[in-house]
Design a protein around this ligand. Structure first.
Ligand code: NAP
Length: 244
């Protein structure tokens, strides 16, 4: 089956690098116009947007801290004005502050929940009026194997991703009659800055013997966007590390 997203507008949060950048490019490859959100790395976001334009699609890069409701509302307004209403939302932006139980502070906990979990609520609420109005929408949340397993970051991260999967099911149940599907992807150990900067220095724990790639995650995101019958699900990819 070939997925044709021509004429669709997608917003990918945290798309300046890593998994988000690969998702943005895969969406463009399928025909979508893409808004590339980032927090601070403007040059990297601009080059992802330029790569989308080079594929013949429309693209903008848009700065916003997705944990900030006013910034998210402004971002959704900018995307609507420059590209059109958002048909596809990929909640990918996230942080993985590696902490042991005794080093974890209240500030670390609050920041992680705000960036990884509250952002999903804020961005979802911002795109729903347009999706409901046209009775079609696709939302994909980038969770983690840490939602259900031990993970290598810390319990604050486990909680943020488990909460994200709760939001996924909660929204899926309430939006299914309105043509909107909400699913999650749960990768483990994809070779990005987040992993290289501390979660795992080598793929020794992965039965397959290598890290996953951002493009492999993007492939699953596109599969979920293309499937109108699947909703409220989490699809894991972990090189054989976990089967739940
Ligand atoms: P990454 O390489 O560290 O990239 C993180 C991205 O999120 C960057 O684009 C960053 O923007 C953006 N970002 C961070 N905080 C933000 C904020 N407050 N507002 C807006 N954007 C923000 O991470 P990654 O490995 O690609 O991870 C992407 C997602 O996959 C995360 O949700 C992560 O938890 C999840 N995940 C990753 C793995 C893995 O093995 N890599 C495994 C499971 C789940 P700037 O570039 O501007 O800083």
């Amino acid at each position: 089956m070939t997925l044709d997203l021509t004429g669709r507008v997608a917003l990918v949060t945290g798309a300046s690098r890593g998994i988000g950048a690969a998702v943005a490019l895969a969406l463009a490859d399928a025909g979508a116009d893409v808004a590339v959100n980032y927090r601070e790395r403007a040059a990297e976001a601009d080059s992802v947007a330029a790569a989308v334009v080079a594929m013949g699609r429309r693209a903008i890069s848009v700065a916003a801290d997705v944990s900030d409701g006013a910034a998210v509302a402004a971002m959704a307004g900018t995307v609507a004005e420059r590209l059109g209403g958002i048909d596809i939302l990929v909640n990918n932006a996230g942080i993985g502050l590696v902490r042991g139980i005794d080093d974890l502070t209240e500030a670390d906990f609050d920041r992680t929940i705000a960036v990884n979990l509250k952002s999903v609520f804020l961005c979802t609420q911002a795109v729903l009026p347009h999706m409901r109005g046209q009775a079609w929408g696709r939302i994909v949340n980038i969770s983690s194997g840490a939602a259900r397993g031990a993970g290598g970051v810390g319990p604050h991260y486990n909680a943020s991703k488990a909460g994200m999967e709760g939001l996924t099911r909660g929204y899926a149940a309430r939006l299914v009659k309105q043509g909107i599907t909400v699913n999650a992807v749960a990768p483990s150990l994809i070779e990005t800055d987040m992993v290289r900067s501390g979660v795992a220095s080598s793929p020794a724990r992965i039965p397959l013997g290598r890290f996953g790639t951002s493009e492999e995650v993007a492939q699953v995101v596109l599969m979920l966007i293309g499937n109108g019958y699947m909703t409220g699900q989490t699809v894991a990819l972990s090189g054989g590390m976990a089967f739940n």
